[in-house]
Design a protein around this ligand. Structure first.
Ligand code: ADQ
Length: 485
């Protein structure tokens, strides 16, 4: 390998651009999500490619693929076309219907049968084909997330010498829970096609090592701090890379004029308090129990009536999946009930928004919060918690954080709660609302040090460096390329 950075092929289910058609003319707008921000630097410097589905199968159904490629080519983006039926089966059915709940420990959300596994396999094959088509010797390939867990092995079969990294953005569940997955062997074989498999938290790496041992009978070097597993004549490195946010950029944006004017709209008056929750409307995010804990807080502390509000932003998500329609009904029922019970003509305890908010509104909410309530039942990392901390240039505000999110391993100065414990959560909210200024500042300072030291740029550089230095061994009896090493 030469001293120059290798070209990186990033592969994710969705491309980091939004394609729209206005009067028959296609437009592509780069998105500002965490992954896009974190990888953009490498992507541009290495002249890399980003391979993924461009979105909205139906809208773009009639667009010739050559036109789409001409639009995306200059952005270094390569579309993987998927039909509406494939999206229903591979993405909504298997990825979001089966893998998502199981990896988040929510077995009661599983369908009675795993259907459409063949579509998941076929979609992963499609991705592997497109990667292989664009692959040049010396490229490093970085595959993202649970929709594409078979791609590493499929690509290894097509390009045996490729250097392949995989990063899982969601938790890897305990081996006992993972064992419930009917396609567990296929998933592990798929992942073990990589040279490096990365996770957000040490516990996920441990669970993966145990799952490999339990399911395939293969031992990692250590079950406590696994760093590699030898499988099928190859060594696969295992690493922990907690994803961060672009902290410096967030802190700078939080001071801008549009955020300040949005802040004036939402900041609570002196003597009043604001709790804020911001989540995709997903059953993993713990919103119903959060609302019940808020109700409990109001029941126990009547003097808070009229003086505390909870703003809950629930960003619409995966509306095509039945479980998401149900969580919406449940959340909206609870909001109505709690507001109906406690509200007065001058005060509604919960302000609920089922929509996306603007960047300025989001940052203003982070800045205005007396306490940010981040209480998922499970979450791979949770970037909202880190964004909140990055935006608090005033070194104030309390973070109430679920112990079951990846960020809890890093943000130990948050008020940590068990989100299943409604009474305990109500106590934690009260503690956050009554915490002395000096303690708030001490905790926030410690969290800011962590969020700034290990930001999204450090995360992507850490993963890509580990991928570059992983020492993969060749698969016995399979032709390997001599170019990569
Ligand atoms: P998500 O489940 O989507 O991500 P999270 O990490 O909190 O959860 O990221 C949400 C992102 O959406 C944040 O960057 C946030 O700013 C943004 N966002 C939230 N509300 C918004 C709104 N109203 N308008 C615009 N943007 C909004 C998955 C995993 C997580 C993991 C990430 C990254 O489930 O555990 O942290 O990937 O690996």
């Amino acid at each position: 390998m030469s001293g120059a950075a290798p070209r990186v092929l990033i592969v994710s289910n969705r491309l980091p651009v939004t394609v729209t058609s206005v009067d028959g003319v296609l437009h592509a707008t780069p998105s500002t999500g965490g992954l896009a921000t974190g990888l953009r630097g490498h992507h541009e410097r290495s002249g890399g490619l980003w391979i993924g589905w461009p979105g909205f199968a139906d809208l773009l159904g009639g667009v010739p693929s050559a036109e789409l490629e001409a639009l995306l080519g200059p952005l270094g983006a390569v579309p993987v076309p998927l039909s509406a039926e494939e999206i229903t089966r591979y993405y909504e059915g298997v990825s979001n219907g089966v893998l998502w709940p199981l990896f988040h420990y929510l077995l009661d959300q599983l369908p009675l049968r795993v259907e459409h596994w063949d579509s998941y396999v076929a979609a992963n094959e499609r991705f592997a084909d497109v990667i292989a088509e664009h692959y040049r010797p010396g490229d490093h390939v970085w595959v993202h997330d649970y929709q594409l867990m078979l791609v590493p092995r499929m690509l290894r079969e097509r390009v045996p010498g490729a250097r392949i990294g995989f990063f899982l953005h969601i938790p890897f569940p305990s081996a006992e829970v993972f064992a419930a997955l009917p396609v567990r062997e296929q998933v592990l074989h798929g992942l073990l096609g990589a040279d490096l498999v990365g996770f957000h938290a040490p516990s996920y790496a441990r669970h993966f090592a145990r799952a490999v041992q339990r399911t395939l009978g293969v031992d990692a070097d250590s079950l406590e701090r696994p760093t590699c597993v030898a499988h099928a004549g190859r060594e696969v490195a295992i690493g922990v890379f907690p994803m961060g946010v672009d902290a410096a950029d967030l802190a700078e944006r939080a001071e801008r004029f549009d955020v300040k004017s949005a802040l004036a709209q939402v900041r609570p008056p002196e003597g009043e308090a604001l709790l804020v929750g911001v989540d995709r409307l997903d059953y993993t995010k713990g919103i119903p129990r959060r609302l019940l804990a808020f109700q409990q807080l109001l029941e126990r502390h009547p003097r808070l009536h009229g003086r505390v509000r909870l703003v809950q932003v629930a960003v619409p998500s995966r509306g095509g999946v039945r479980a998401y329609q149900k969580i919406r009904r449940d959340v909206e029922g609870l909001v109505g009930r709690i507001n109906g019970t406690f509200g007065t003509p001058r005060w509604a305890p919960i302000h609920y928004m089922h929509r996306s908010v603007t960047d300025a509104e989001l940052l203003a909410l982070y800045r205005a919060a007396t306490a940010m309530i981040v209480t998922p039942l499970r979450d791979g990392m949770n970037l909202v918690a880190k964004e909140f901390v990055a935006c608090r240039t005033d070194e104030d505000g309390v973070l109430v954080l679920s112990e079951f999110v990846g960020a809890a391993a890093e943000l130990t100065d948050a008020v940590i709660v068990n989100p299943y414990d409604v009474d305990g959560s109500a106590d934690a909210y009260y503690r956050a609302l009554t915490m002395p200024r000096a303690e708030r500042r001490g905790r926030m300072r410690a969290m800011r040090r962590r969020v700034f030291a290990y930001d999204v740029h450090a995360w992507s550089a850490g993963f890509l460096d580990a991928l570059a230095t992983a020492r993969p061994r060749p698969v016995r009896g399979v032709r390997t390329s001599s170019v990569v090493d």
